[in-house]
Design a protein around this ligand. Structure first.
Ligand SMILES: NC(=O)c1ccc[n+]([C@@H]2O[C@H](COP(=O)([O-])OP(=O)(O)OC[C@H]3O[C@@H](n4cnc5c(N)ncnc54)[C@H](OP(=O)(O)O)[C@@H]3O)[C@@H](O)[C@H]2O)c1
Length: 259
């Protein structure tokens, strides 16, 4: 067997369909691009049309299969409508990546029910509802991959974790519950845990060079993350190669979390 065939057997996503929420920006855009370039037809779900069009255009220009759904995942009806529309372009997804997220972190004393609700809706309820919509079908077909994007705050209180950390901690628990339910049927469910990755999500923090440098110094690799750092891990978790990896939180953080 030549190397190309060997690698394809392990990692190719040819013929697969993926749904990537938040795939129009930052980490999600890199993951959507990686899955599409590995062969999957990728449907990107987010709100803003221009960003969606740019992300899909980049992939189709590259010869990939990509489509978009503009939807607001902060309401249950919005999630349900997005799920139905997303299944139209390439059929029911084999791979679900929950990357859309909001990062609202006022000091806990000021954290009101509005921030709590908005955080839980996008960061936790949308992944739960999409899992309920697509997980059983994946199990019935005997193959599925669910990948959630969590955070350092799922594991430690850190720069005002607030409701955000709670939502991400719960998302890791959701991955374990989903893994327990569906792994016997070929559906693995895992999370990728970033360190600090300068993106529009944390533009405020990225504008403070001292804090950016301090965060880089806290890693072992010696730099902050890049969206592209998630490409390989996402393809691995979406591929046949990860069939025996489930319920896990895989840190893609340059060693940030281990000291
Ligand atoms: N960057 C980091 O350092 C870091 C660290 C730990 C974890 N994370 C996690 O990584 C994920 C991606 O973050 P990122 O840094 O790549 O952020 P980003 O560049 O701001 O991307 C966020 C994505 O989510 C979408 N989104 C947000 N609210 C939405 C809603 N209500 N409905 C539909 N789509 C929505 C955005 O599109 P629209 O705004 O157009 O809807 C965008 O595509 C998030 O879950 C975040 O919590 C990031």
């Amino acid at each position: 067997m030549d190397a190309q065939t060997y690698l394809s057997d392990l990692f190719s996503l040819d013929g697969r369909t993926a749904l990537v929420t938040g795939g129009s920006s930052g980490i999600g855009r890199a993951i959507a691009g990686a899955l599409a370039r590995a062969g999957a037809g990728v449907v990107i779900v987010a709100r803003r049309e221009a960003e969606l069009a740019a992300a899909v255009g980049e992939l189709t220009d590259d010869g990939c299969r990509a489509a978009r759904v503009s939807a607001d995942l902060s309401t249950r009806d919005g999630v349900r409508a997005a799920a139905e529309e997303a299944a139209v372009a390439f059929g029911e997804p084999d791979i679900l990546v929950n990357c859309a997220g909001v990062n609202l972190r006022p000091p806990l004393d000021d954290l009101g029910e509005d921030v709590w609700d908005a955080t839980m809706a996008v960061n936790l309820e949308a992944p739960y509802l999409l899992g309920q919509r697509f997980g059983p079908g994946m199990a019935e077909r005997g193959f599925g991959r669910i990948i959630h994007i969590t955070s350092q705050q799922a594991h430690r209180a850190f720069v005002r974790s607030g409701a955000y950390g709670v939502s991400k901690g719960a998302l890791e628990s959701l991955a374990r519950s989903q893994a327990e339910a569906w792994s016997p049927y070929g559906v693995t469910c895992n999370t990728l845990v970033p360190g600090f990755v300068p993106t529009p999500l944390n533009a405020h923090l990225s504008a403070d060079p001292e804090r950016v440098a301090a965060l880089a110094a806290r890693t072992m690799v010696g730099r902050n993350g890049l969206a592209g750092d998630f490409a390989g891990a996402a393809v691995f978790l979406a591929s046949r190669a990860s069939a025996y990896v489930t319920g896990q939180a895989i840190h893609v953080d340059g060693g940030f979390s281990v000291h």
